[in-house]
Design a protein around this ligand. Structure first.
Ligand code: ADP
Ligand code: ASP
Ligand code: MG
Length: 409
């Protein structure tokens, strides 16, 4: 008997009809003889709705209370799915992250999973119940408080649970058929990728493709856990399988991922303890769930540090307030040297870019006049350009680097 982990994202459970369809699929899997562990997201846009309610009451809601509020969304959909399964005569039980022992650190809003106990999950699976775990949440062992894993964190819950319970299959159901060569909402000719390596999936996710939480991709790679991204609209369609196969690892572009609404900013940190200010800045960004697309630190001869970041524009003013706080005992110990707002980034994900500089040259020529920066590493070329050029650039790059190349299989 196999253990199957299935994750249903917000768009897959957007309405009661969606939930009924999901319940049918879970019931079919359970009746086929598999043990089923479901991780579920809040219905549709409910997390955003809850967040907006909090922001209407206070511009800076306490982070502990935000976690109490936002985790309610997943708890509602988990209980509703259990009710729908009951109606189909399938025994099941819904659990919060805390009830099933998903232990985390104490970082509200972007907690890291430290351990999964999973005793109640194992017991209930052994008793032939479908177990439904509210996604995106855990509990801090230190503070005993409820925590969330960061926006989109149900992917992470599913992958962590599949790794901890040594599941035989891990399937993430989305409103797309799998992972495409580019966001199909941006490039209509994007192709479905039947297979991807963990490395490529991780780069695509960090590059901004919301189809998977980047920390989920990392975790799967760390535990050598194969998993699938599949369509919640056509539940039997195979989708994309992500595993360690090197089949795609030839010098070729696999996919494009992008982020809008970014700012490039350079700060000079001048205090004698500039490195401590730097650590505090990076830790603040992490707590907000922000992994800068560019994070370059150049030590100056006088000991100051020039820090260049490309981060979400929405964070810049709060970050500068934090810099004021950090350097408060020594006012003036940070300066903004440069700022460019309204940027977008594109991560061109593939392999072999160091040994084949043609790709970077093709990009520079194709986007001449629009590129603001380009950074080449072996498995990724990161591009910065103004937001208004993004859609055109994605189409040009997709045509040049993917459509005009042989299909990837
Ligand atoms: P979930 O409901 O599980 O949270 P998401 O909405 O986060 O799922 O992810 C699915 C969305 O990811 C799609 O609607 C699609 O627009 C977007 N997306 C971005 N890049 C890609 C890509 N390369 N392949 C597939 N989908 C992508
Ligand atoms: N509901 C949460 C969010 O919208 C978590 C998730 O969907 O994965 O971010
Ligand atoms: Mg998501």
């Amino acid at each position: 008997m196999s253990l199957v982990v299935q994750k249903y994202g917000g768009s897959s459970v957007a309405s009661l009809d969606h939930l009924r369809r999901v319940a049918q699929h879970v019931a079919t899997t359970a009746r086929n003889g598999d043990k089923v562990l479901v991780t579920i997201s809040a219905m549709g846009e409910q997390t955003d709705d809850l967040l907006n309610m909090a922001l209407a009451l206070s511009p800076k809601p306490p982070r502990r209370e935000l976690d109490m509020l936002l985790t309610a969304g997943e708890r509602i959909s988990a209980a509703l799915l259990a009710i729908a399964l009951d109606d189909l005569a399938v025994p099941s039980l819904s659990l919060t992250g805390s009830q099933c022992g998903i232990l985390t650190d104490e970082t509200h809003g972007n907690a890291r999973i430290t351990q999964i106990l999973g005793g109640r999950i194992r017991d209930n699976l052994a008793a032939n119940r479908v177990v439904i775990v509210a996604g995106f949440q855990g509990v801090s062992t230190q503070t005993k408080e409820i925590t969330t894993l960061g926006r989109g964190g149900s992917d992470l819950s599913a992958i962590a649970l599949a790794a901890a319970l040594e599941a035989d299959a891990c399937q993430l159901y989305k409103d797309v058929a799998g992972v495409y060569t580019c966001d199909p909402r941006s490039v209509a000719d994007a192709r479905l990728l039947p297979r991807l390596s963990w490395t490529a999936m991780t780069a695509i996710a960090w590059g901004g493709a919301s189809v998977l939480h980047p920390r989920g991709a990392h975790l799967a790679a760390k535990f050598n856990l194969p998993f699938e991204i599949r369509s919640s609209l056509d539940l039997t369609r195979p989708g994309t399988r992500i595993h360690g196969s090197a089949a795609l690892e030839r010098p070729q572009t696999i996919a494009l991922a992008h982020k809008r609404g970014m700012t490039l900013t350079t700060y000079r940190l001048t205090a004698a303890d500039a490195s401590s200010s730097l650590a505090q800045v990076l830790s603040w960004l992490w707590q907000r769930g922000e992994a800068p697309q560019v994070n370059q630190q150049v030590l100056q001869q006088d000991g100051s540090i020039d820090l260049t970041l490309v981060i979400s524009s929405s964070l810049v003013s709060d970050l500068e307030m934090i810099l004021d706080d950090i350097t408060a005992p020594k006012p003036g110990h940070w300066q903004r040297l440069n700022e460019r707002q309204g940027l977008a980034t594109i991560a061109v994900v593939g392999q072999g870019y160091k040994q084949s500089p043609e790709t970077a040259m093709t990009i520079s020529q194709g986007l001449y006049g629009t590129l603001q920066f380009i950074d080449v590493s072996d498995q990724q070329i990161l591009l910065g350009l103004s937001d208004e050029h993004l859609d055109h650039a994605l189409k040009v790059l997709h045509r040049q680097l993917i459509e005009q190349m042989p299909a990837i299989n």
